[in-house]
Design a protein around this ligand. Structure first.
Ligand SMILES: NC(=O)c1ccc[n+]([C@@H]2O[C@H](COP(=O)([O-])OP(=O)(O)OC[C@H]3O[C@@H](n4cnc5c(N)ncnc54)[C@H](OP(=O)(O)O)[C@@H]3O)[C@@H](O)[C@H]2O)c1
Length: 244
């Protein structure tokens, strides 16, 4: 039996892309899934699909920039399933642009969703996981946590931060499993948040080699299904065709 079977797993940003694919795969493998995002219509369809296949899933609206909302997602999960075994901090935005475009509100949005959102998730589950002496926090960073490219200064900074927060969390908590998943370019709606026309055009070319989100879902499943004394600290998954 897979060690995913029966686990209670919360996934943020599950209304599309990597989060949605991860919810589908982990539900197929027997986990109880709670999905959160702002677009509840999309989450409703996902939960209906999972349920129709005999899986176990619930949804809750969440804006991860709100600590209260993120705590409510975790409290809802505890009310439904009794505990959280795994939190997948996946919600993210990527409105890329050159710094000279001064899209300061978009910088703030990336900081709020990609960094504060991850911290809110950690704050919501850490006390219970510490009290139980176990649990797993999986943070979705990016290849942008390792390399910086023009137009990606702020986005990459947020993902460097996710990497640093994850490694600090891991070092401070030898009773918990902490995993960073760093995808390369993956088919999703992530580039839809780019408002800078030149960057959006360049991204169309860059994203032609995208792999499908289920490749990242499989990496997340691998990290979860290892025995309790094995912490998969980081997995980088990129297209074979990726030069960087
Ligand atoms: N696709 C790639 O090439 C790639 C590469 C490296 C890393 N990543 C990372 O992978 C993660 C998932 O992205 P994706 O590629 O699957 O993109 P996506 O299809 O755009 O999914 C992003 C998810 O984040 C959610 N989200 C955004 N803002 C939110 C907020 N304030 N509160 C709650 N949820 C919010 C969105 O849901 P709502 O809009 O419904 O709230 C959506 O479900 C992100 O952290 C991204 O940085 C992706």
């Amino acid at each position: 039996m897979s060690s995913i079977q029966g686990k209670v797993i919360v996934i943020t940003g599950a209304s599309s892309g990597i989060g949605e694919a991860t919810a589908r795969l982990l539900a197929e493998r027997g986990a109880h899934i709670v999905v959160g995002a702002r677009r509840t219509g999309r989450l409703g369809k996902l939960v209906a699909d999972i349920s129709a296949k005999g899986g176990s899933a619930r949804l809750r609206a969440v804006d991860v920039t709100s600590r209260k909302d993120t705590q409510a997602l975790v409290d809802f999960t505890k009310a439904e399933f009794g505990r959280v075994d795994v939190l997948v901090n996946n919600a993210g935005v990527m409105p890329l642009s050159p710094l000279s475009a001064l899209k300061v509100e978009e910088w703030d949005q990336m900081i709020n969703v990609n960094i504060r959102g991850v911290l809110h998730g950690i704050a919501a589950v850490l006390p219970d996981m510490k009290a139980r002496g176990g649990g797993q926090i999986i943070n979705v960073a990016s290849i942008g946590a390792h390399v910086v490219a023009p137009t990606g200064a702020v986005y990459c900074a947020t993902k460097f931060a996710v990497w640093a927060i994850s490694d600090g969390l891991r070092q401070e908590n030898t009773d918990l499993r902490v995993t960073v998943i760093s995808p390369g370019v993956v088919e999703s709606e992530l580039a839809h948040t780019i408002s800078d026309a030149g960057t959006a055009k360049a991204m169309e070319d860059y994203r032609r080699i995208s792999i499908t989100p289920d490749a990242i879902a499989r990496a997340i499943a691998f990290a979860i299904e290892q025995p309790g004394d094995v912490d998969v600290s980081e997995i980088i998954v990129r297209p074979t065709a990726s030069p960087n």
